[in-house]
Design a protein. Structure first.
Length: 244
């Protein structure tokens, strides 16, 4: 699975280590040291993957992701970050990053995540080449998910979702009231890989609640089933069942 990979990392030692690991797996690697150079490299080289440090000169990694997604570039983005607070991770995923690794990290773990993102991207490309097939619109109460058009709405109002958020929501909406484990939802995100943290799912779910719930801290649609995972339900039906 040889790919064209851009590393955007201003720490020369870290960048060199990543380059060696990626080249050892047969990938063609371009290294840049700041955010503006990363944008330029993506626009001119059309890579298969961007490995992106958050803290960089000229433009940080969050700004780079924001610009790339605004340009409708769908390449996978794996963010490297020393920031470990929930808000920081949530912001990165909200802007459109596909996964993140916190520093310090294991190069072997990072390579496993790279392989997972590349496999998922290849599957998506193959599906696109085979031609789009119309999929049924999914409705769970006032929540509507259109897999073909990649559109989400609640009470008729459009909801903007990142690719990761959309994949999770579509999986849940396809089987309302079914409880999905974090590992099952990770499979929807990346395909099963033991190196991907289930914390990624939790962050996506928290972000989705901010978008589809009237009161995100007291969710009525996207529910936690403690010790198991998450499910999507119709609040009106749940209320009717409770009162009957």
């Amino acid at each position: 699975m040889c790919a064209n990979v851009i590393i955007a990392e201003d720490d020369e030692k870290q960048a060199e280590l990543l380059r060696r690991y990626l080249e050892r797996e047969g990938h063609a690697v371009t290294v840049v040291g700041d955010g503006l150079a990363a944008l330029d490299a993506v626009r001119h080289r059309e890579p298969d993957l961007l490995v992106l440090d958050v803290m960089m000169p000229r433009a940080d990694g969050l700004d780079v992701v924001r610009v790339l997604r605004a340009e409708c570039r769908e390449l996978p983005v794996l963010m490297l970050t020393a920031r470990t607070t929930e808000d920081d991770l949530l912001l990165g995923l909200d802007l459109g990053a596909d996964d993140y690794v916190t520093k310090p990290y294991s190069p072997r773990e990072l390579m496993a995540r790279v392989r997972t993102l590349l496999r998922r991207n290849r599957r998506a490309a193959s599906a696109g080449e085979a031609g789009p097939a119309d999929e049924a619109v999914l409705k769970v109460g006032a929540l509507v998910v259109d897999p073909t058009r990649h559109v989400v709405s609640v009470d008729g109002e459009a909801v903007e979702c990142t690719p990761g958020e959309f994949r999770i929501l579509a999986a849940l909406a396809a089987e309302p009231d079914r409880v999905f484990s974090r590992q099952q939802l990770l499979a929807e995100l990346h395909g099963f890989d033991r190196y991907i943290s289930d914390r990624t799912v939790d962050v996506h779910v928290m972000n989705l609640r901010k978008k589809i719930e009237p009161a995100p801290r007291r969710p009525a649609r996207l529910l936690t089933v403690f010790g198991v995972g998450y499910k999507l339900t119709d609040p009106a039906k749940a209320t009717a069942r409770a009162s009957s």
